[in-house]
Write a protein that binds this ligand. Structure first.
Ligand SMILES: NC(=O)c1ccc[n+]([C@@H]2O[C@H](COP(=O)([O-])OP(=O)(O)OC[C@H]3O[C@@H](n4cnc5c(N)ncnc54)[C@H](OP(=O)(O)O)[C@@H]3O)[C@@H](O)[C@H]2O)c1
Length: 327
């Protein structure tokens, strides 16, 4: 099968289109003829050798895809060859064939193209896990998300608004802020020009938000805690702004704050299946009806993976970047 190969970790041009062995079907799994793969920030780190795949996962890049089922392992129910599906992957999405645990797969809603489906699973499940399950966003609660124009940011705005909550988003340009507002964000802050802690204070009448979904880490730790309401949760999903910082624990104690570190990729197949079920319970009707769809920024051909990575690296995108694998 065709796949994106990496001989030596490095910059974007270390990736090349080549031939790889198709993965073997495993118990409990499906084989998918992959039509499109989502590109995620984590792929850029893996490419540079900084984010090794979890044990047993494909060494190829790619955390999500959409395609057609071509083979179903003995005993797996609910799927048949020919089904259009989308999948969360521990790796292996930048390739023509993918084998994945059936619990990480959902039917592709009829209204969605393969390219749209390919850009959904990683962000939907990350936001659902971290804002709703771990962050325990209360009914009508509020969320601060950094990188409002990212795959994670645009999905956070969508899901939180669907759930009846309020969202404040930060982004690096006025244009991205405008688009976050257009998507439904209640307040936005251009973090290059504005004091976003002040924007949060104003937008919440001084109360603070219930959940901060943070991918910046150390550089924002103190301000993130300052933005939280009593009993609020800071859920840390990335470290784009560093890993080491110092805070006063008194802040946590006094306002009963929670700080939660979280990764999706390293969870077991059973845990991922549980997250998928929880998501479907809460948002399945919107998904099936085609009301939940990604903000698609650009679709590149599989062989253009270097250009796709450059786009993400420079944050030139708004929403999701996807690779077309077939067709
Ligand atoms: N732990 C997990 O399970 C998990 C799962 C999925 C994703 N993630 C993490 O979530 C983050 C987003 O992922 P993605 O794939 O959606 O990324 P992405 O589309 O590449 O977006 C990253 C965004 O961060 C913004 N950004 C950079 N520095 C910022 C700053 N100082 N303040 C606010 N925004 C800033 C960039 O845009 P502008 O600067 O132009 O606004 C860019 O839109 C990544 O760190 C990723 O590793 C974690």
């Amino acid at each position: 099968m065709k796949a994106i190969l990496i001989d030596e970790p490095g910059d974007e041009d270390c990736m090349r289109l080549g031939e790889a062995d198709a993965p073997a079907l495993e118990p409990g799994a499906l084989r998918i003829a992959n039509h499109a793969a989502g590109v995620n920030r984590a792929d850029l780190m893996q490419r540079r050798g900084l984010y090794p795949p979890p044990p047993g996962a494909s060494p190829l890049l790619g955390l999500e895809c959409a395609g057609e089922v071509v083979e179903v392992a003995h005993g797996v129910s609910g799927f048949a060859p020919g089904d259009r599906v989308m999948a969360l992957l521990p790796g292996g999405g930048y390739a023509e064939e993918v084998v994945v645990d059936a619990g990480s797969v959902l039917p592709l809603p009829p209204a969605l193209s393969f390219e749209e489906g390919a850009g959904l699973m990683e962000t939907l499940l990350t936001v659902f896990l971290n804002v709703f399950q771990l962050g325990q966003l209360p009914e009508g609660g509020s969320v601060l998300v950094h990188g409002g124009g990212s795959g994670i940011g645009t999905t956070t705005i969508d899901l939180v608004k669907r759930a009846g909550g309020r969202v404040i988003a930060t982004a690096g340009s006025d244009e991205k802020c405008r688009r976050c507002r257009e998507l439904g964000a209640d307040a936005v802050a251009n973090y290059r020009e504005q004091d976003w802690v002040e924007v949060v204070r104003e937008a919440t009448s001084g109360r603070g938000v219930d959940v901060v979904l943070d991918s910046i880490g150390a550089a924002y730790l103190k301000q993130n805690l300052d933005c939280l309401a009593v009993d609020g949760a800071l859920v840390l999903i990335g470290l784009m702004g560093g890993a080491k910082s110092e805070i006063s624990l008194a802040t946590l104690l006094a306002r009963r704050l929670r700080v939660i570190g979280s990764t999706l990729r390293t969870r077991t197949a059973a845990q991922k299946a549980g997250i998928v079920r929880g998501f479907v319970e809460r948002f399945g009707a919107d998904l099936e009806a085609g009301r939940i769809r990604p903000v698609l920024d650009r679709v590149f051909a599989l062989g253009e993976a270097p250009e796709a990575h450059r786009t993400l690296q420079a944050s030139r995108h708004f929403g999701k970047v996807v690779l077309r694998v077939r067709g």
